[in-house]
Design a protein around this ligand. Structure first.
Ligand SMILES: C[S@@+](CC[C@H](N)C(=O)[O-])C[C@H]1O[C@@H](n2cnc3c(N)ncnc32)[C@H](O)[C@@H]1O
Length: 357
């Protein structure tokens, strides 16, 4: 019997085993299910429950805390200064119950189109939602046109969609052009910035924007490459330069140190090419002027530089009588939220209430 089976096996044409591709799609492009969250709800749920953010989606942070503070009432006029995926906007729009108006701003010309379409599909038409591609540094211009706001939200930084798209160059984890602009149609890319920068300037940028402890070593390595005309053009090349600069560290420390420096240096460059501190100054300075008496503003920050600025402006605003009340302590997302969404771990929320004139 065994011999018969063996003979049969020998007669079968040999079939090559299909190559195992793994259970999960590997690249951003292949994550087609995650990029259509409405269509593949089950897949999305699974990804989120594992503590990841599905590609092409952004999990909004501190939603309950924000809504509880803003106390949105039907008929009010609100501003979402950082529309992103539109998660916060959607929840704020629901609170308006069909009456009032929300203005949503974003500088990103790519994601704003998708978000607008998504919100329109959810039934939020032009009568209740206006979306503008605009920098929040210009909120005074918007307010001159549409009036003062009863509630304002700013959820600073970048969205998961921006980080997860290698074409945008926001992460050292994927190969792509070193761009890092929120609006790739304006200004100078991070690669071009690195090409022209001086050693002192780059050292200062890395140290001041992200407290990079190896700022000098990294700046020296980048400038060495520039002198040899080996300009850094891609995310991987920037990561390699950081690795080389940290080559003096003992091997057992190096790997972790490189990862941390990569995170900080990408952030420092992003802050620089998008003038993030300058636009935040502008926003915070103009904020009391665009808020209605008793109006409420909440701001989510993601690194100490941003939080220091918000804290300072809110405190000064209260001293000057512009705000009647400000948050005394920062509000942090719950442990449960941080577990579900690791990107929430660095979030700090502060709020302010405009004085009744
Ligand atoms: C963290 S995401 C916002 C996510 C959003 N709250 C949500 O629930 O989906 C930040 C967004 O703000 C935008 N942004 C950053 N700086 C900006 C600025 N100065 N003016 C307008 N939008 C800005 C980014 O392009 C990004 O889409």
């Amino acid at each position: 019997m065994a011999e018969q089976n063996q003979n049969q096996d020998m007669q079968k044409p040999h079939k090559r085993r299909v190559r195992y591709k793994g259970t999960h799609p590997r690249t951003f492009e292949e994550k087609y299910k995650e990029r259509e969250p409405e269509k593949y709800a089950e897949t999305i749920e699974k990804v989120i429950s594992k503590g990841s953010t599905p590609a092409g989606m952004h999990l909004s942070i501190c939603v309950d805390e924000i809504l509880e503070f803003l106390q949105i009432q039907p008929g009010q006029r609100g501003l979402d200064a950082t529309l992103g995926y539109g998660g916060h906007s959607r929840r704020m729009l629901e609170k308006l119950e069909g009456s009032g108006h929300l203005y949503g701003l974003d500088v990103d010309p790519i994601e704003i189109v998708k978000t607008t379409a998504r919100l329109r599909e959810k039934g939020f038409g032009e009568e209740i939602l206006t979306v503008r591609q605009m920098n929040f540094a210009e909120i005074d211009l918007l307010s001159e046109e549409v009036g003062k706001f009863d509630f304002v939200l700013a959820d600073l930084g970048v969205s998961s969609m921006q980080i997860d798209n290698p074409e945008r160059g926001f992460t050292y984890k994927a190969e792509g052009p070193l761009d890092l602009r929120l609006d790739p149609e304006k200004g100078v890319s991070a690669a071009d910035r690195l090409k022209e920068v001086t050693r002192e300037e780059l050292t200062g940028m890395l140290a001041e924007n992200s407290d990079e402890p190896y700022a000098e070593e990294i700046a020296r390595e980048v400038l060495k490459r520039n002198r040899k005309k080996e300009y850094i053009r891609t995310t991987t090349q920037f990561k390699e330069a950081i690795e080389t600069a940290l080559g003096f560290l003992p091997e057992e420390e190096r790997k972790e140190a490189v990862v941390k420096s990569c995170k900080r240096c990408f952030q420092a460059l992003r802050i620089d090419v998008n003038s993030e501190f300058e636009v935040l100054y502008s926003f915070l300075e103009k904020l009391p002027g665009v808020m209605a008496p008793g109006g409420r503003a909440a701001i989510l920050t993601f690194h100490s530089g941003e939080d220091r600025l918000v804290k300072h402006y809110f405190k000064e605003g209260k001293k000057a009588g512009l705000y009647q009340e400000i948050s005394e302590e920062v509000i942090r997302p719950s442990a449960e939220e941080c577990q579900r969404n690791p990107r929430a771990r660095s979030t700090k929320m502060r709020w302010a209430i405009r004085a009744q004139e």
